[in-house]
Design a protein around this ligand. Structure first.
Ligand code: ATP
Ligand code: MG
Length: 553
């Protein structure tokens, strides 16, 4: 039985619009401002917008909302394109709001001509003071009654660079007593002598978000313009501009933005983490950015599944970071290659195994037979995890202790005979004997053991540095805490383990391939890795340690 997923509220609107013939096909857009790298919140918007395009046989544009010259850079444009592609989506058109500057200027002139916009010489402070409050009407600017001719001339002069930043603005003439503060003669254009990443120095006036965004939607014939809830109060203005300009009637719909525990999700804050070196860059594997998650080993499929699972809501909520990790584990459990790696090594010597001999043992590559097998070299000395041995075993401890038997994965059953310690009582070597008839591929020993442990042959091991990541913040909602959000950074969010010993096949690991280091978690090669120095990232643990912590209290 397949369960029909119920429609989200935007899908309901679209199905209605298609059914009653309002549209024959839909066009959505994803409109990032190129002032930072995309984060998991953007992934939700990408999955929603592109997902709707795919589901209803329509299209989706990638439009860079680049109307603010000061903060935008080409580096960001390139990273955004890479991230959208990596998430698995294809845009119909790559567009830039800055390509519409001429058209937008024309729209502003139309508003002036209709008596619906005026040039205001008031300062920013004066404009703010005249705005009123939600419970008190604003007051008209003394420049509100300028003639159409004068406004046309002044606006043209603004464009020609006759005025300094802040000297004059163009405002829509709506209603200074409107209930909605956004309708109290909002600013449409401001003067800003700044270099733009695409238009260079061609312009010294730039349209405000509210004027550029809806008009860009309309220019592209976007049918459903989807944004986050904070734009609800902007919708009236969005509709007003479109109505007065008599252009394509794009419609705005708002959904709840994604908020996640133990991280921050605003480009402004993420930029601070980067510039103040709290992290190594935008793609630091602890960052909630798409590039950070990719580097950490999260798969695009798990991110898409996550976005699907959390759905599209009309009310703000906080999603547990563990849910994303759950989706990553679920995907990697099916996909990741299996390998052996010892992260906290101690030497095990098999005293009755012939010195100088190497056996090539066959072991499984993946979660099922379709992944095939590989060879793991085995010899007299192997690395094992320190925690897999206890000189004096705790209760219910079934791994190695003097007298106990365990299986070495894909190899032999061994019996522990003792250990060697240094002056400070640290175990430096563990000794055992092996049972030759117990070889995994042909076990005739008749012995059963309660534990299987992983290992790496000492002379064949590849040495590596392993980066273990934890939550970037110690508190669920750092933005909600008192003082600077950076005070709540988790000091243990990165732990470097070295040397770890990996089975030699991992020397050929490729970037972007996921491994399950058996019993240890999911890992992937980091781009810092070199032939001399392998570097792996822990993508996610095998189990959710945090929710267990919480349960333990
Ligand atoms: P930030 O506040 O992180 O800087 P933004 O909204 O300014 O984000 P934009 O580049 O303007 O970033 O966003 C592009 C699109 O992604 C917008 O449609 C925006 O609504 C959406 N978006 C941004 N953050 C989230 C989020 N946390 N959840 C869902 N959608 C988001
Ligand atoms: Mg924005």
């Amino acid at each position: 039985m397949t369960e029909e997923k119920s429609l989200n509220f935007i899908e309901e609107i679209i199905e209605e619009d298609l059914k009653n013939g309002k549209y024959t096909s839909i066009l959505t857009r994803f409109p990032p401002e190129p002032n930072g790298y995309l984060h998991i919140g953007h992934a939700k918007s990408i999955c929603l917008n592109f997902g709707l395009g795919i589901k209803y046989g329509g299209n989706t544009n990638l439009r860079f909302d680049d109307t603010n010259p000061a903060k935008e850079e080409t580096e960001y444009v390139d990273s955004i394109k890479e991230d959208v592609k990596w998430l698995g989506f294809e845009w119909a058109n790559e567009l830039y709001a800055s390509d519409y500057f001429d058209q937008l200027y024309g729209f502003a002139v139309q508003l002036i001509t209709k008596g619906l916009a005026y040039v205001d010489d008031s300062t920013a402070e004066e404009i703010a003071a005249m705005k009123g409050t939600p419970s008190q009407a604003g007051t008209d600017s003394p420049y509100r009654s300028r003639s159409i001719e004068e406004n046309l001339r002044l606006f043209k002069e603004m464009k020609e660079g006759k005025y300094q930043d802040g000297e004059k603005v163009l405002r829509a003439k709506i209603d200074m007593a409107a209930m909605n503060m956004h309708m109290r003669d909002p600013i449409v254009y401001r003067t800003k002598h700044a270099h733009h990443h695409r238009t260079g120095d061609a312009w010294c006036i730039y349209p405000m978000y509210d004027f550029a965004h809806g008009q860009s939607d309309s220019i592209e014939n976007i049918t459903h313009s989807i944004c986050t809830l904070e734009f609800v109060p902007h919708r009236e203005l969005y509709d007003w501009f479109i109505e007065k300009l008599e252009i394509f009637p794009s419609k705005q719909y708002e959904f709840a933005r994604l908020n996640m525990t133990y991280t921050v999700m605003s480009k402004r804050k993420l930029l601070q983490l980067v510039t103040e070196s709290y992290v190594s860059g935008w793609d630091d594997p602890r960052m909630p950015t798409i590039s950070g998650m990719r580097r950490r080993g999260f798969t695009s499929e798990s991110i898409r599944n996550f976005c699907d699972k959390i759905g599209v809501a009309k009310r703000e909520n906080m999603i547990d970071f563990s849910l994303l990790e759950f989706c990553v584990r679920e995907d990697l459990n099916r996909k990741a290659l299996r390998a052996m790696a010892v992260l906290d090594p101690v030497k095990l010597i098999i005293t009755n195994y012939p010195d100088g001999t190497t056996e090539e043992l066959v072991t499984e590559n993946g979660p099922d037979e379709s992944f095939g097998t590989r060879i793991a070299p085995f010899s007299r000395e192997v690395w094992i995890e320190r925690e897999d041995f206890m000189e004096v075993p705790a209760k219910k401890y079934f791994r190695l202790f003097p007298g106990s038997k365990v299986r070495l994965k894909s190899a032999y059953i061994i019996e522990c005979t003792g250990c060697v310690k240094d002056n400070e009582d640290n175990v430096t070597e563990i000794h055992c004997t092996y049972i030759p008839e117990s070889k995994s591929s042909n076990d005739t020993s008749g012995i059963s053991v309660k534990a299987t442990i992983h290992w790496v042959s000492v002379p064949h091991a590849a040495e590596a540095e392993i980066r273990m990541y934890d939550r970037l913040f110690k508190v669920e909602d750092p933005s909600d805490e008192e003082g600077d959000f950076k005070n709540y950074i988790n000091p243990d969010s990165l732990q470097v383990v070295k040397p770890a010993y990996l089975e030699p096949s991992l020397k050929d690991a490729a970037l972007g391939t996921s491994y399950q280091f058996i019993r240890k978690g999911y890992f992937c090669l980091d781009r810092d890795s070199t032939v001399e120095r392998l570097v792996f990232n822990r993508t996610v643990t095998l189990k959710d340690a945090w929710s267990r912590e919480v349960k333990k209290g």
